[in-house]
Design a protein around this ligand. Structure first.
Ligand code: COA
Length: 321
């Protein structure tokens, strides 16, 4: 039996943290109290204008490859989950591969499932590894969401940040990913979208993130509860067997409501949203890496990673670390 096992994790946040008070100082009509009370967010990192998703992905990947004790040349598959790619093409994954100095390598591609992107990418890489076609995948979530925020819309611009997280997933006789579940319902796309495009050099439609916050909140709590139960049942386990719940870091209140619904106490939920806001596809691997490096997540523990985002998409990965 071939399992896909996380061999190493890494993450990267650009520049200095920007606090809620820093946003007020920049002229946004908000307050630390409003943001912290409604979302739990205290700060976020914003990339400089010339810093791209592939650069953030590179920094996180170098750390993950080092933690895995392998070389870039050992990687035979790269999947980058992102909604803020460097270019229309080539893919951010191809640019990352070049930055890592890998030539004549395996498949590279971007995966777009917004804030569920990392769960989708991890589940996809697992299929490649379990089939025997690939041995070592680099799975990355990397975003520069600051580029698609309307800084005049205080209801959204205070919520998001930039960053990247990565894991090396390798073939192993030991478990490994135990269960995955991916879902989508495109009929909910209007409640969270960037409804624009570039057409003949001109932006058509709206190039900024638009959201119905309350509708997103309700939907997120419902599906995060459902999909967490689904993977736990698939693996023949109970929620009590899960050592750490690592949800997409959108909002502290969503994390709390999800934990409550699942009967998982907050002491077993990794919450890093206060430190970096919602970094979309980067948030799950960022939270995972921070918890690995601060010693909370230990080898042999069972981790439940789950996300929800634009599309709408949602999904979960249950793994033994
Ligand atoms: N600072 C201060 N006031 C703000 C504000 C800000 N940054 N943003 C909005 N407000 C105001 C609104 O104008 C409104 O004022 P009014 O009552 O005078 O009209 C008031 O706060 C309430 O706005 P509302 O949008 O109803 O707040 P809310 O309680 O629903 O909280 C969110 C807004 C966005 C924090 C909340 O809906 C949420 O967390 N949704 C989920 C978002 C999410 O996680 N998205 C990503 C999923 S992948």
């Amino acid at each position: 039996m071939i399992y896909a096992r996380v061999a190493g994790t890494g993450s990267f946040l650009p520049g200095k943290p920007i606090t809620n008070d820093d946003l007020v100082a920049r002229g946004i009509e908000t307050s630390d109290e409003w943001i912290a009370e409604r979302t739990g967010i205290r700060m976020r990192h914003l990339a400089e204008p010339d810093v791209t998703a592939s650069q953030l992905a590179y920094e996180a990947s170098v750390r993950a490859i080092e933690a895995a004790g392998c070389q870039p040349s050992d990687i035979d598959l790269i999947i980058v989950a992102t909604s803020t790619p460097d270019y229309i093409f080539p893919s951010t994954a191809a640019l990352l591969q070049a930055r890592l100095g890998i030539t004549n390598g395996g498949a590279v591609f971007d995966l777009q499932a917004v804030c569920t992107g990392f769960a989708y990418a991890l589940a996809t890489a697992e299929k490649f590894i379990r089939s025997g076609s690939n041995k070592r995948a680099l799975v990355v979530g990397a975003e520069v969401f600051s580029r698609i925020l309307d800084w005049n819309d205080r209801g959204t611009c205070v919520l998001f940040g930039d960053g990247a997280g990565a894991v090396v997933l390798e073939a192993s006789a030991r478990p490994g990913i135990l269960a995955t579940a991916l879902h989508a319902d495109g009929s909910h796309s209007p409640i969270l979208s960037v409804p624009g495009q570039i057409n003949r050099g001109v932006v058509i439609g709206d190039p900024f993130l638009r959201m119905d916050g309350q509708a997103v909140f309700k939907f997120a709590v419902k599906v995060l509860g459902e999909v967490a139960r689904e993977v736990v049942e698939q693996a023949g386990l109970t929620m009590g067997d899960v050592d750490w719940l690592i949800p997409h870091q959108a909002n502290m209140r969503i994390l709390q409501a999800t934990g409550k619904r699942l009967g998982v106490p907050m002491e077993k939920v990794i919450a890093t949203v206060a430190q970096h806001g919602n970094t979309s596809a980067a948030s799950i691997p960022l939270a995972l890496d921070l918890a690995v490096r601060d010693g909370r997540v230990q080898r042999g523990q069972k981790l439940l990673l789950e996300g929800v985002g634009g599309g709408f998409t949602w999904g979960a990965v249950l793994l033994e670390f």
